[in-house]
Structure formats: structure tokens, C-alpha cells
Design a binder for this molecule. Structure first.
Ligand code: HEM
Length: 160
């Protein structure tokens, strides 16, 4: 709301505004920690290696998962608790929060995704009151949780 108030009528958000949305980004990160949009990815071993006593021969396919670190109490105490403050300050240790992967094949769209998500949230919460059409809509599971009827929402413009 502070950022919205600093803008003239109809003035668009700019890159500096996005940098100021620190707490909103903590909330997004905590949401992606609990429910990562991508569950992991595949790799191919380019050489024989041993990890935690298991030998993976060259050429084998491996799959890394996001949940194994995101839900690990060693890195995220009380992992089921929604707590955006985990991302304040220095935030999680390297390679423990991996919604965009890690290493050389890390998602190249992550900064664009941040821009898109924060602009979307900013415009929705500053311009509309938002409510679910069906507050009791069920969540079904495909490969990830999915609102059973498409999550219809009601948007009511708020005066600004
Ligand atoms: C919240 C949004 C997004 C999430 C959670 C996400 C997540 C991921 C993950 C987990 C990977 C695999 C990384 C790995 O294997 O180490 C990936 C790869 C990739 N993402 Fe995203 N992504 C998002 C948005 C985007 C956007 C907006 C773009 C493009 C504009 C994008 C383009 C790509 C591409 C091209 C790759 C393949 C990179 C490679 O294999 O070298 N992503 N993403």
C-alpha cells in the first residue's frame, strides 16, 4: 500500500518498486517452499559417483526433488509451519531453498518470475478485494494440489 500511495494515478510500477517488496517476496518464497511449482528435475550422471553410500554409474538418470530439503527440519525448523520470516535477513542456507533448482541449469526465468509474481500481487491487493466464490472448494491431487472447480474468485474494485 505504501508503494501504491507513492505513485501518481495510473503510474506504472518500476524496477525500484519491485526491489522494495521485500516482505511480499518472503511470503512468495515461503509459499514456494511449502508448495513448489516444480517438484524437481532430471539429471544424467556424466561420471560414476557415490552419494551417501549409493554408487550411481555413469549414464544413469537421476531425479532431484525439491521437497527433500524444503521439508527438512534441519534446514527449516517446524517445516509445516507457514512462516515468511524464514526468508528475512540472510535467509536459508545455500542449496536448501531450491524452487528454481540450483547450479548451472538453474531456472533462467527466476528474476522474470519474481517480477511477474510481485507485480501481479501488488495490482490485485491494492486494487481489489478478493474472495473465493466457494469458500469450501475441495482440493484434489493430480501431480500437485489443484482446486477441484478451478478456484473461481470474486474481485471487487476498491476505491483508490
Ligand atoms: C515461479 C516460476 C518458476 C519456477 C518455480 C521455475 C522452476 C524451474 C526449475 C525447478 C527448473 C529446473 C532447474 C534445474 O534443473 O536445475 C527450471 C528450468 C527452466 N526454467 Fe523455470 N521456473 C519458473 C519460471 C520460469 C520463467 C518465467 C521462465 C522463462 C521466462 C522459465 C524458464 C526456464 C527454462 C528455459 C529452464 C531450463 C533451463 C536449463 O535447463 O538450462 N522459468 N525452472
Amino acid at each position: 500500500m505504501e508503494i501504491a500511495r507513492s505513485k501518481a494515478a495510473g503510474e506504472a510500477l518500476n524496477w525500484q518498486d519491485i526491489q522494495k517488496m521485500k516482505y511480499s517476496w518472503c511470503v512468495v518464497c515461503e509459499s514456494m517452499r511449502l508448495m513448489p511449482p516444480s517438484k524437481g528435475s532430471f539429471r544424467q550422471a556424466i561420471t560414476d559417483f557415490t552419494y551417501e553410500g549409493v554408487t550411481i554409474p555413469k549414464g544413469w538418470k537421476t531425479h532431484w526433488t525439491v521437497h527433500t530439503t524444503h521439508k527438512n527440519p534441519k534446514y527449516f525448523p517446524e517445516p509445516e509451519k507457514f512462516d515468511p520470516s524464514r526468508f528475512e535477513g540472510k535467509g536459508p542456507a545455500p542449496y536448501t531453498f531450491v524452487p528454481f533448482g540450483g547450479g548451472p541449469r538453474m531456472c533462467p526465468g527466476r528474476e522474470y518470475a519474481r517480477l511477474e509474481i510481485l507485480s501481479f500481487i501488488h495490482n490485485v491487493v491494492t486494487k481489489f478485494k478478493i474472495s473465493k466464490v466457494d469458500p469450501n472448494e475441495k482440493v484434489i491431487y493430480r501431480n500437485s494440489p489443484f482446486p477441484a472447480n478451478g478456484l473461481l474468485i470474486r474481485l471487487e474494485p476498491v476505491g483508490n
